[in-house]
Design a protein around this ligand. Structure first.
Ligand code: ATP
Ligand code: MG
Length: 445
């Protein structure tokens, strides 16, 4: 058995073979040392750190150290980035830089994989191709830029792969709003669950950037961006988010809370009806000026009949159902519009007038100060409102006018329809508490 030594104490290990001392050219900064020590003593470590503080270098060296010290000849390690391209661009050079001094190591460029002489393997992946991770086991995994991972990626894809060998995981990144799993994991780690640790470091503490660089960045970033990127603080904002200010205010005023169903008021629904992608439905009650969002459905790949049945399962008394203008467009296959199909299924849709997206966004902004949202039933809608954002033009360094079409669009679109239609909705005055629940198709106006 041979002990492998590194120059900075980041990696040491044993493997079969000739006695040899290897020096890994990595001398961890003090904060990187702290991160390594947390990862050595905890199974799950959440690292929230400022930009350019050395997260990726620490992560890669953690994997190399673990891989070197493994003794069973079949240990597996993964570095996962939001996309495969990013993994290649960000981490592959680091893997080669720090691991190439290991004798007999083999780098497989095409697979972004390296095989160590002791049988350990380190491979790079992108969560955009989650299937490539299925069917594998890992002893330790690093999820880099975890704030950009789709929610559920860890629990559905990564966690099962850690199960057979009780593998460990590092969630690393710079904050990217609160409406994603990075914040949830950070929060979870802070609750003191056994095996979980968290670590946060800002630019000042990391001390890897020059003051003039910081000053220059502070000038071009909004205070919220600076707070996330360099102070490593979770704020509600995603870059270019349309509703960042309004959501912050809503949070501060505690209007994201439990919003109970009021049986004396009808429930109105607002639909963004996807044909090939997700359908989103907001359930709202209006009391005077107050807009109460009590429930929300968002599902993918289901037809109109499915959602109408869903509505019937809820114990709500319904008022009006509103959907976008394109519900009136006749479909080629049936020759009928979706308004007509809904009518045949017993449901009457009101049509939201067509208007430019920006006007709809303004309409949403103008009602946010009098809107309450149920934090449990509407969690997906909340994510959509936090995240709905403009496209960013990396080359020009500016935001485009266009909204990004992603998982946040459906809820955000339904919210635009609500904001546009809300003045036209009539709260049926005739609803009395205790009235037998009418079927969903009995629109109450
Ligand atoms: N221990 C170290 N010694 C010397 N240089 C280091 C060390 N750790 C990181 N660096 C250097 O600092 C720079 C940033 O490192 P790294 O890419 O790991 O940061 P990051 O926090 O992942 O950045 P980003 O926020 O862009 O993802 C790189 O040039 C890297 O080579
Ligand atoms: Mg990085």
């Amino acid at each position: 058995m041979t002990e492998l030594k590194t120059s900075g104490g980041g990696s040491r290990g044993t493997f079969k073979g000739r006695v040899k001392t290897i020096t890994i050219p990595y001398k961890p900064y003090p904060h990187q040392r702290e991160i390594h020590s947390l990862m050595d003593s905890h199974r799950f470590t959440v690292v929230v750190a400022a930009r350019r503080s050395g997260k990726t270098v620490a992560a890669v060296n953690h994997l190399i150290a673990r891989a070197l010290s493994a003794t069973d000849g079949r240990s597996r390690y993964a570095y996962v980035a939001p996309t495969y391209r990013q993994a290649k661009r960000i981490a592959w050079d680091y893997v080669k830089e720090f691991a190439s001094c290991i004798p007999m190591i083999k780098f497989h460029e095409g697979e972004l994989r390296c095989d160590l002489p002791n049988g350990s393997r380190i491979q790079l992946y992108g969560i955009d191709n989650a299937d490539s991770l299925r069917g594998q086991y890992f002893d330790s995994v690093v999820l880099d830029e975890y704030g950009n991972f789709p929610s559920g990626a860890f629990d559905k894809v990564i966690r099962p792969a850690l199960a057979d060998r009780q593998g460990s995981c590092m969630f690393s990144g710079t904050p990217n709003g609160k409406a994603n799993d990075f914040y949830a994991k950070w929060d979870h780690a802070g609750e003191g669950h056994p095996g979980w640790a968290r670590y946060q470091i800002n630019w000042h503490e990391a001390n890897t950037l020059k003051q003039e660089e910081i000053d220059a960045m502070e000038k071009t970033m909004t205070p919220e961006e600076f707070s996330q990127e360099l102070l490593a603080q979770f704020t509600s904002a995603v870059r270019g988010a349309y509703y960042a200010d309004q959501m912050n205010k809503m949070e501060l005023e505690k209007r994201i809370t439990t919003v109970p169903y009021e049986p004396k008021l009808p429930v109105h629904t607002f639909w963004d009806l996807g044909i090939s992608d997700s359908t989103a439905i907001i359930f709202a009650q209006f009391q005077g000026q107050e807009i109460r969002l009590i429930d929300y459905i968002e599902e993918n790949g289901k037809g109109l009949d499915y959602f109408i049945r869903q509505l019937q399962e809820y114990d709500y008394i319904y008022g009006e159902h509103w959907g976008p203008w394109d519900l009136k467009v006749r479909e080629m296959s049936s020759g009928m519009s979706r308004v007509e199909i809904a009518q045949e299924l017993g449901m009457h849709f009101n049509i939201v007038p067509k208007m430019p997206v920006q006007d709809g966004v303004n309409a949403v902004r103008s009602i946010m100060h009098r809107t309450w949202i149920d934090k449990n039933n509407c969690d997906k809608l909340l994510s959509a409102l936090y995240e709905y954002h403009r496209e960013y033009d990396d080359k020009k360094g500016i935001f485009r006018q266009k909204a990004v079409h992603d998982h946040s669009s459906h809820g955000a679109d339904a919210m635009r329809y609500l904001a546009t239609a809300q003045e036209m909705v009539t709260n049926a005055a005739s609803i009395v508490a205790g009235t037998k629940r009418p079927k969903v198709y009995t629109t109450l106006h």
